[in-house]
Ligand binder design. Structure first.
Ligand SMILES: NC(=O)c1ccc[n+]([C@@H]2O[C@H](COP(=O)([O-])OP(=O)(O)OC[C@H]3O[C@@H](n4cnc5c(N)ncnc54)[C@H](O)[C@@H]3O)[C@@H](O)[C@H]2O)c1
Length: 362
């Protein structure tokens, strides 16, 4: 693995107004300055844009506090190849972190176009820009890190999910685009010696997270007095990964690029890697919502006498759902000495406190 010192480097982060992207930019500013960060986001309204604006304002504040850091934001689309080329020509990023994507599994049933444009056409534009960064003998991009997803495991039964397992039976268009990203990256790594690392994230949660995700939706519903549905009577286990753990993992991975080397045939072996980033500790869904509910009461999002039992409905499994999913993180630990470790209560406490401040301040 080739070590990369992020100090004095230019890092291009796509999806920088998104949940993971914004937290990554904040942590880079805090811990890696002097660093130069270029952000891109199209600020689409897939979910409440005011959360994206709030995240950008947090970044602006943080950048202003770090005088030795440079930060520039572009509002634009990955599908706009001219814009990407302009950004690469002007800033010459050494590290590219592609987090912009159309996320969500259910939305892909009604809005397939968004997935093709952002996740396939957009990702192809990133790969092309990385490839041409080497034109004219330039040093170019030293490491492309991009978001994949645990959804590539489809309905695999074997747990924990390992990057050595077969993952070519996606069960949603979203998953199919993420798996395609890994395949495209492999081809570009091989053809152009582009060091690339794909990260399969497992359900990420935390403050200013995504309103389309279950824990956020549960909170909205409980607050409105509506019932939440808990599938498989709460007996399904998932890996919930706290945002700070994800960010720490991404920053560590950014600093270790797969080595460029030639194989026995004298041709480049693709400098290519894939890792899981998950908690490696599956939690029962019912325990998760119980802790969430307790923390919502503690943060005064819900009243102390909230009748939780009356607002939860235990329902059977949905077709296609898998009872247990969690990440095998052995490779991440081996190569980067890191494994997520934030407990559910700590993480949900921070989410509940943020929710209170953001939505319910006087
Ligand atoms: N949060 C999770 O649990 C999770 C799990 C697995 C994988 N992922 C992946 O991690 C990445 C980040 O996820 P997130 O949770 O921060 O999602 P997010 O939706 O909060 O962030 C993505 C950002 O990208 C922007 N974007 C989307 N399409 C774009 C385009 N064509 N051009 C420019 N910007 C665009 C959106 O406006 C958004 O701000 C995504 O690739 C997602 O698929 C997330």
């Amino acid at each position: 693995m080739r070590k990369i010192d992020l100090k004095n480097k230019t890092v291009f982060v796509t999806g920088s107004a998104g949940f993971i992207g914004s937290n990554l930019v904040l942590e880079l500013l805090r811990t890696q300055s002097p660093v130069s960060i270029v952000g891109l986001d199209n600020m689409n309204d897939y979910y409440d844009v005011s959360i994206k604006e709030w995240r950008l304002s947090e970044i602006e504040k943080c950048a202003a506090e770090h005088h030795d850091a440079a930060y520039q934001f572009y509002m634009g689309d990955l599908a706009d190849q001219d814009l990407l080329n302009r950004i690469f020509t002007e800033h010459r990023p050494e590290i590219v972190v592609n987090l912009a994507a159309q996320a969500g599994v259910r939305y892909s049933i009604t809005n397939p176009d968004a997935y093709i444009q952002s996740n396939l056409v957009g990702f192809y534009h990133i790969l092309e820009a990385c490839r041409h960064s080497y034109d004219n003998g330039e040093r170019g991009v030293e490491h492309l890190v991009y978001a994949s997803s645990s959804s590539v495991y489809g309905s695999n039964q074997k747990v924990p999910y390992s990057t050595d397992d077969k993952a070519d039976n996606p069960v949603s268009l979203y998953a199919a685009t993420k798996k395609s990203n890994e395949l495209l990256a492999h081809a570009y790594s091989k053809l152009y010696d582009l060091p690339s690392t794909g990260l399969r994230f497992f359900t990420v949660y935390g403050p200013a997270g995504r309103p389309d995700m279950a824990y956020f939706g549960f909170t909205d519903k409980l607050l409105k007095g509506e019932k939440i549905q808990i599938f498989n009577y709460g007996n399904c286990k998932r890996d919930f990964t706290y945002i700070d753990d994800i960010v720490e993992g991404v920053i560590r991975v950014m600093q270790g690029a797969p080595e460029r080397r030639n194989g026995e045939d004298g041709l480049p072996v693709p400098p290519y890697a894939i890792y899981n980033i998950g908690n490696n500790q599956p939690e029962n869904l019912l325990d998760f919502v119980t802790i969430l509910q307790e923390e919502l009461i503690r943060a005064k999002v819900l009243p102390a006498d909230y009748d939780f039992e009356a607002h939860k409905e235990l329902v059977p499994m949905q077709p296609g759902d898998v009872p247990v999913t969690y990440a095998d993180t052995t490779a991440l630990e081996r190569d980067f000495g890191f494994k997520p470790n934030t407990g559910l209560r700590d993480g949900l406490r921070k989410f509940a406190e943020w929710y209170k401040d953001f939505y319910l301040h006087d």
